[in-house]
Design a protein around this ligand. Structure first.
Ligand code: SF4
Length: 356
């Protein structure tokens, strides 16, 4: 049980007894010797840090590394990113998903070209498209050494445990409370390193299921460890389950071409991306074979997609015939990519290509 007494005691020990400097020093010393060698940690360039933070918003560290390197090699500064053709931008983001992130990066880069520099204050960074409180604090502190504390899932976990605080982290009260504590714990002399250190602690030591308390640099200051309540923290309200719906995408080939349609530039979801047709575009198509299925989440819905090899329809609606050799160059949506890999696995594409 997470007792009221424990929470009071920790607040007393860490915050009111002058132990914050000890917490900061232990964390920083540990970070400097134990941190993982990640490509964005080799740079203090705010542009590179900003790109890495946007990539890491919905992508795991290990998965992001090769994309980050390729992206920085192709777009080494905001001027190069601002000048990039959209297809080039999207092809360097393909596979990371959530393409609005890439579009926002470019929009922001174009604003920087207008002003002539990367923004240097928290408020100016926060006002960039696609930048929320967390990203602004990360870029401001790591890139400019400004005293803004980050608050992400790792930080929530570490703070809730160090403080033995069972406030719901998904509630507004919880967010305000933990933001206030994170600000008080922030090392004012090394805010960028401190932020990275507390996130690193959450990512590598204070793990969700099996915290490594014996190896933890702040274990002598951690109230959850004393109370034995680590496994119960942080407290987070359960999210509502999404409903599963069923959809069908068609793979339709004819004379070395495949039928695709392109989302409009103003589309809310994945503008400019190419999709395989569904009944909405071409009506019910004549099925030749079912090639497979996959699941995919779009906004708050979970879908099961069937991939059907079908005969060419009488009318193609908004679709276009696109040469199979052009496929690799087009920005395909994630749904189209998943369907395409099923088509390739099923041998339809190769068989059709080999026949020509
Ligand atoms: S002592 Fe354990 S629970 Fe506390 S911060 Fe360290 S790893 Fe997390």
């Amino acid at each position: 049980m997470i007792g009221h007494f424990a929470a009071e005691r920790t607040a007393f020990v860490v915050i009111q007894q002058g132990l914050i400097p000890e917490f900061q020093a232990s964390l920083l010393t540990w970070y400097r010797s134990a941190k993982r060698d990640l490509p964005w940690r080799r740079s203090r360039d705010p542009y590179a840090i900003w790109v890495s933070e946007i990539m890491l918003q919905q992508t795991r560290v290990a998965a992001a590394i090769p994309y980050y390197k390729r992206f920085l090699a192709r777009f080494p500064d905001f001027a190069a990113l601002a000048a990039a053709p959209e297809s080039d931008l999207l092809s360097h983001w393909a596979g990371l998903g959530y393409y609005y992130r890439a579009r926002n990066l470019q929009k922001a880069a174009r604003l920087m070209v207008e002003t002539g520099d990367f923004p240097r204050s928290y408020a100016a960074i926060r006002s960039l498209p696609g930048v929320g409180e967390y990203t602004a604090a990360a870029v401001a502190s790591i890139g400019f050494n400004l005293p803004h504390a980050v608050l992400d899932g790792n930080v929530f976990r570490v703070i809730s445990r160090v403080m033995n605080d069972a406030t719901d982290i998904s509630s507004l009260t919880g967010k305000r409370r933990f933001a206030e504590i994170a600000g008080r714990l922030l090392n004012p002399h090394h805010p960028g390193e401190h932020n990275q250190a507390i996130m690193e602690l959450g990512a590598t030591v204070c793990l969700p299921r099996s915290p490594q308390c014996l190896a933890c640099p702040v274990n002598s200051l951690c109230a959850a460890r004393v109370a034995g309540s680590q496994a119960n923290l942080p407290v987070k309200r359960k999210t509502v389950r999404t409903l599963e719906a069923h959809r069908t995408v068609y793979w339709i080939e004819q004379q070395g071409q495949v039928l695709l349609w392109q989302r409009k530039a103003g589309s809310r979801l994945m503008p400019g991306f190419w999709e395989l047709p569904e009944t909405e575009q071409i009506g019910q198509a004549e099925a030749i074979a079912k090639l497979g299925s996959f699941r995919h989440g779009i906004t708050f819905h979970d879908y099961r997609f069937d991939v059907i090899h079908a005969a060419a329809p009488a009318g193609i609606g908004p679709c276009r015939w696109v040469g199979l050799s052009e496929l690799a160059k087009l920005p395909l949506s994630t749904v189209a990519r998943k369907a395409y890999s099923i088509v390739v696995k099923a041998g339809v594409f190769h068989a059709a290509a080999a026949a020509r």
